[in-house]
Design a binder for this molecule. Structure first.
Ligand code: PMP
Length: 762
């Protein structure tokens, strides 16, 4: 019989628990990790503890599959229905060797009260952790319960109360798990008695003592986790083709085509639909919102680990490739250094080891001056959701330019058509003002908010990029860095800018309270998926909570949808989250990749401050605009691109391509046992290999020590992707487009596979 020791431990634990009287009427389930494998031994479902024998104990893998012995021991019995919970705990907590789940009565009383146990004694903290938290209710044996447990278990505590259910206690070995279960029962009794006395208050131990005891416990846990991780062999997940099919962009494209045909066959004209209805019908690019707690936990784990980059020989090969295969690019961009500062002008073009000169862009591909062809996941930083150089829009734009030239300075019908089109898909954009770029549009939005509310202060979320205006180069990229990047910007320009830490509603509220004493907040401006296009993904309800805070404090809510506008869906992130901002900043996709990609829209009354021309005679309007603002070329390009995105449902098709890419990358990361973190929000795919974007001023020592090497790793991986025919955004972000068919994504995955096989330790 295999894994006898783990099985024997399970049986022994059951006996001990029975003998000591911890089981009343209903039992529970008990498991023990099989050292060195992604397996654990667990009690069978619905089986009495007193007749448990080693051969009855089931062996289950971390994906929930029952793996009975060759000699069929334990094959006839099904494992516990709570296997998902056990597996999630073992995955999230390498220090845990054994788990006990029971329905012991006193702790169950607290489970129905949903009352967590604070730190009552130092003994309690030393074994059970800072507190005994309540795990949200979900029915027994469900994936929901497993997920709720997973969310809490990373706290490092060793005992939890499952709301209206029972308890789960974990330990570094079987005896410790049983001990922790018993200790929890003792503490529960004491707490319940204390709560029922008349005297009222229950005292917990002082916080510093609690922290010292907890630090000792964490020290033990970390040491044991390191031993277990070291002992765990890397198990290959098998070849990609054997696994379940990846999500398909091709299927989404043909579904969009059929839906289009069916809709066209209906009598009603699409134009008669109420604004917003079409966006809802077309759906959104995000098929499943990422599990933010899990993603953040994985990102934090990545940042806590040493760097894993390319092997030295592989890195040399990458540099060699650039030197030999990109000679023409090097020659051109070297020459440019004499006339253009740095040799290139676009921030995204400052690539490692040197910039590439691109000659051709078509759909999903780019070709450089040397004739190298790349799969393009930069997509110009986001605007070309239809794919690069999209002929149907180009032709229509060319017709307009032939008629009117690119600019006249006077009104052109396409300005109106663009504003009407945006309103049709984003009904909250009641009025729209076309400007030159995302940066300009953010500046205009902030100015409008200040003029409309009469308040000065704007609050942004730390780490977000809102362009390079004087006001908002503040807390840029790295949360908590205030003016660190504000070179050339006088203090006065940022004196009414504030930064709230990402997704921390408490600090945001505090800022709003502080501002109230200093004349009020004009606006909160945020990227609705999270700073830097979701590099720290927002909790799903965050935007709604910020909306409530803005309403409470009389501030306007500005959504910077420069990236998300149309990319997340025709209704933008506002439509996806169902949260209505007062002002929306659009950019990038709003002109389909053509110039002058930017504009601000929103509530009619707020937008009134932009009244120009004759309307502005009251003197109330704010000054925005420019020679080329709202030119026919940009407006026609935007109008035709938007209509084409809706016709083809490009946001959703590109979203499925993002799903396929992210799922495939995750498989590769697992296959090569890399610590890299992959997740996507539709067509925005994050591939973090260094976690540099997660460093922040919460830990300034780590930030200043590790920022450079982690950034270098990101650049190095970006260069390796390029040398293998893939262009990414700074080696960590990938935008997909409608041109990314399943074949394109699969081609990319093979290339990533090659790069990952060159990583140290693989
Ligand atoms: N806001 C966000 C969220 C952006 O991503 C960007 C550009 N990357 C901007 C504003 C600035 O837009 P632009 O580059 O058009 O000035």
């Amino acid at each position: 019989m295999e894994h006898l020791a783990a099985r024997q431990h399970v049986v022994d634990m059951c006996r001990t628990m029975l003998e000591r009287g911890y089981l009343k009427a209903t039992e529970g389930n008990v498991s023990v990790r099989v050292p060195g494998h992604r397996l654990y031994a667990v009690t069978p479902s619905n089986y009495s503890y007193d007749r448990m024998r080693v051969e009855d104990v089931c062996i289950v893998d971390f994906d929930g599959a029952h793996v009975p012995d060759e000699d069929r021991a334990g094959a006839s019995l099904a494992p516990s229905i709570e296997c998902g919970m056990h597996a999630n705990i073992y995955r999230a907590r390498p220090d845990v060797h054994a788990i006990v789940h029971t329905h012991q009565p006193y702790a169950s009383a607290l489970a129905v009260l949903r009352r967590p146990i604070p730190a009552l004694t130092d003994e309690q903290v030393r074994f059970l952790g800072r507190e005994v938290a309540i795990i949200d209710y979900a029915p027994s044996g469900t994936g929901f319960l497993a997920k709720n447990v997973q969310k809490k278990i990373t706290s490092g505590d060793n005992a939890f109360i499952l709301a209206n259910h029972g308890i789960v206690a974990v330990g570094t070995d079987p005896e410790r798990a049983v001990f922790n279960m018993a200790l929890l029962e003792k503490v529960s009794i004491a707490y319940l008695i204390a709560l029922t006395t008349e005297s009222g208050k229950v005292y917990s131990i002082p916080a510093p003592i609690r922290e010292i005891a907890f630090a000792k416990l964490r020290g033990d846990e970390k040491r044991i986790a390191a031993q277990i991780t070291k002992a765990m062999p890397v198990e290959p997940v098998g070849s990609l083709v054997e696994l379940a099919p990846l999500p398909s962009a091709d299927e989404a494209a043909s579904a969009a085509a059929s839906a289009r045909a069916a809709f066209a066959a209906q009598p009603a004209e699409p134009a008669t639909e109420v604004p917003g209805a079409e966006s809802a019908r077309l759906g959104y690019a995000i098929s499943a919102y990422p599990d933010v707690e899990d993603t953040m936990a994985r990102l934090r784990a990545l940042v806590d680990q040493p760097l894993r980059g390319l092997r030295h020989d592989a890195l040399n090969d990458v540099h060699e490739w650039f030197e030999t295969k990109c000679r023409a690019s090097k020659e051109l961009t070297d020459r440019a250094k004499a006339r253009i500062p740095g040799g290139v002008q676009h921030n995204l073009a400052f690539n490692h080891p040197f910039p590439l000169a691109i000659d051709r862009a078509e759909g999903a591909h780019l070709t450089d001056r040397d004739g190298n062809v790349y799969i393009d996941f930069l997509q110009a930083g986001g605007p070309t959701l239809l794919g690069s150089n999209y002929a149907p829009v180009n032709e229509k734009v060319a017709d307009v330019v032939r008629e009117s030239g690119p600019v006249t300075g006077l009104f052109h019908e396409y300005e109106l058509k663009l504003a009407e089109s945006i309103h049709r898909y984003m009904p909250h954009v009641e009025m729209y003002r076309s400007l030159g770029s995302g940066t300009e549009a953010v500046m205009a939005a902030v100015r409008a908010a200040r003029a409309f509310t009469g308040h000065k202060v704007v609050v942004k979320v730390g780490g977000a990029y809102h362009g390079w205006s004087d006001t908002l180069v503040y807390g840029l990229r790295v949360p908590g860095t205030f003016r660190m990047n504000a070179k050339g910007i006088p203090f006065g320009a940022t004196s009414a800018t504030r930064e709230a830490f990402p997704h921390d509603l408490g600090t945001l509220r505090r800022k709003l309270i502080e501002n109230r004493l200093r004349g009020g907040t004009a606006a909160v401006v945020l990227e609705p998926l999270g700073p830097e296009s979701g590099t720290r993904p927002v909790p799903e309800d965050y935007n709604a909570r910020v909306r409530e805070l803005c309403d409470e404090f009389g501030a306007l809510l500005i959504f910077d949808e420069v990236v998300t506008g149309f990319r997340v869906g025709m209704g933008g992130a506002a439509g996806y989250f169902g949260v209505t901002p007062d002002l929306t900043v659009l950019g990038k996709a709003v002109s389909g990749g053509y110039p002058m990609a930017g504009g601000v829209g929103g509530r009619e009354d707020v937008m009134g401050v932009f009244g120009s021309g004759l309307d502005g005679k009251s003197g109330a309007h704010v000054q925005v605009g420019g020679t080329l603002s709202a030119n026919p070329l940009s407006c026609a390009a935007g109008y035709f691109a938007i209509e084409e995105m809706a016709r083809t449902n490009a946001p959703v098709v590109a979203g499925r391509a993002g799903d396929r890419l992210a799922a495939g990358l995750q498989r590769l990361v697992t296959k090569h046992a890399l610590p890299y973190v992959v997740y996507n929000q539709g067509s925005i795919v994050h591939l973090e290999c260094s976690g540099v974007m997660l460093l922040d001023m919460h830990n300034p020592v780590k930030l200043f020590k590790e920022n450079k090497p982690r950034k270098q790793l990101m650049e190095q991986m970006g260069a390796a992707y390029t040398a293998n025919g893939i262009i990414t955004l700074a080696g960590s972000r990938l935008y997909t487009s409608m041109a990314d068919t399943d074949a394109v994504i699969d081609d990319a995955l093979e290339r990533f596979d090659r790069v990952f096989s060159m990583v140290e330790g693989v």
